[in-house]
Design a binder for this molecule. Sequence first.
Ligand code: ADP
Ligand code: ZN
Length: 645
Amino acid sequence: MDQQNTGKEKGRLFKIGTGWLYLILILALLLPSILDYSSTNQITWKDFEQKMLSRHAVDKVVVVNNEIAKVYIKPEFANDPAFKDVMKNPMGKGINPGPHFQFTIGSIESFERKLDEAQEHFSENDKINISYAKSSNWTTTLLPWLIPIFLMVIFFRFFLNGSTGGSSVLNFGRSTAQLLDKSDKSSVTFEDVAGLEEAKQEVKEIVDFLKNPVRYTKLGAKIPKGVIIVGPTGTGKTLLAKAVAGEAQVPFFSLSGSEFVEMFVGVGASRVRDLFKRAKEKAPSIIFIDEIDAVGRSRGKNTFYTGANDERESTLNQLLTEMDGFGTNSGVIVLAATNRGDMLDHALLRPGRFDRHIYLDLPNYNERKAIFRVHLKVLILAESVSADFLASQTPGFSGADIANICNEAALIAARNRKDKVERQDFMDALDRIVAGLEKKSKILSAKEKKTIAYHEAGHAVASWFLKNADPLVKVSIIPRGKSLGSAWYLPEERQLKTLTELEEHIFVALAGRAAEELTFGEISSGALDDLERVTKDAYAMAMYYGFNKKIGNVSFYDSGGREAFQKPYSEETAKLIDEEVRKFVETSYINTKNLLVHHQHELTKIAELLLQREVIFKEDLEKILGERIEEISETNTMEVANNNM
Ligand code: ADP
Ligand code: ZN
């Protein structure tokens, strides 16, 4: 991107140069008329009549171009005080031949009429001479022509220049793809991509294609045209594509799918055409289309509420045409990224188009460790910081989140004028990124604070005594982001959840409200997030996992996502599901309350400690509640769930 900036810089200098040229040109054009205009004294009709005509001082009047009357004073008035100044010859000797004055006449007719009236009583001899002349002063004739042309030139230049980088008025149809050339030294390599070993293995082949196309074409092999990378945001899709370009040392055109879909019809299609043209000129090259779902969403879905649908479809069609059109061996490979693999139009995924798919997932413990290593490399670290520790603290984080934490930690350390980034800086960065900035300024009333403390204490106690619930690591009643209090758990990363585990998870979620009811005899709206999760989980248990006896071992899960508008079950089943879910949540709530009644003494202790300290940790809980029954398994792949109030 640096390249572009310098390009723009040059452009600006050039513009200043031509700007001056233009200015000088205009001045040169206007100068004669300006001089002409200012060298003759402007007067009014009244001046003319009273001071000149009535004194018989006027020699003649020449009307130029039917609009300006130029007045010549008789030479014998050269020494008259009224005319002395204008009669002086500016060149030096003699008298100024004139014209000496001028004024604008309304129209010939009115001018002549007024003149006749004024000269009514004049003798024939005294009447002044009027002649008419056409000035061929080319500036006055040309200017009306030149000014609009000149303005248009400026106008066009403005738009053209304003557009060299991004989108523009005149550049609609041009692709806005940014080119990262191979001369760009900042090329990403596979070293910068941590984890993602399988994905790297897959794209290594593509790198090889791009480097030695002949080796493949010689044997009749077809080089793939399109690769789709599917994965959640921040998992390194763009990074991987860049690494392919970096490793193969080929130009990299990068563009987001949403840039194709503009509000103007036909723009998207012509951008696609232009993009492929540019890429082919530079082949072998890589086109990277981020958010391909913006164009490639399956056609016919959601048609009735997306207005830009036609436009998107024509863009998609153009994309398909281009991909079919360019020969297999043209050396252009299209990489596309999306986090909605299921949404893509099947036409895109057909052989000869995006027929290779790479799936990226959120990194697991070991991968996170590797990603931390990449991003810690550039920081100056205190010894207390280790990638292992950080990886264990960041389950569920994406590569981008990790990059973010490392940077945030360095910023925090710098703000505190440290010369090394310490472990605490990382913890602070983590807190900040996990739950939004601490909003110390958010003022809670004492009563609200107490409610929140008991609510969070409820979660803490329940999770402590339920063997299968996720172990708690920290409870806080400091408001962060939109949540008022939070409890952090360290759940194991598991693919399977048993019925008991899911149930106990729901008990813990309900414990916040149960604690409020037990303590105050009244409940608050603070349980919104909890109840939302409980409802989702309870329905999933009944509808997807077949955990409900009455509903049975059936699942209405729709892995294809195609049945959005019709329920795959009868009205009776719908009713049964609703009833069963409600019953289940109700019993769960009663169970949770019973559990808390049993431990109300501890609940109060924890809540009071929270009110006093605002944040308490596992160790504090241990002092009050005793050792937790279940051992925290030491498998290092763990997941943090932030259980907001
Ligand atoms: P996506 O395109 O999947 O949304 P990006 O590729 O833009 O994600 O990732 C954003 C940033 O996150 C990258 O620039 C990089 O700094 C960091 N990142 C993501 N995944 C990884 C990874 N596997 N290894 C190293 N850094 C990563
Ligand atoms: Zn809660």
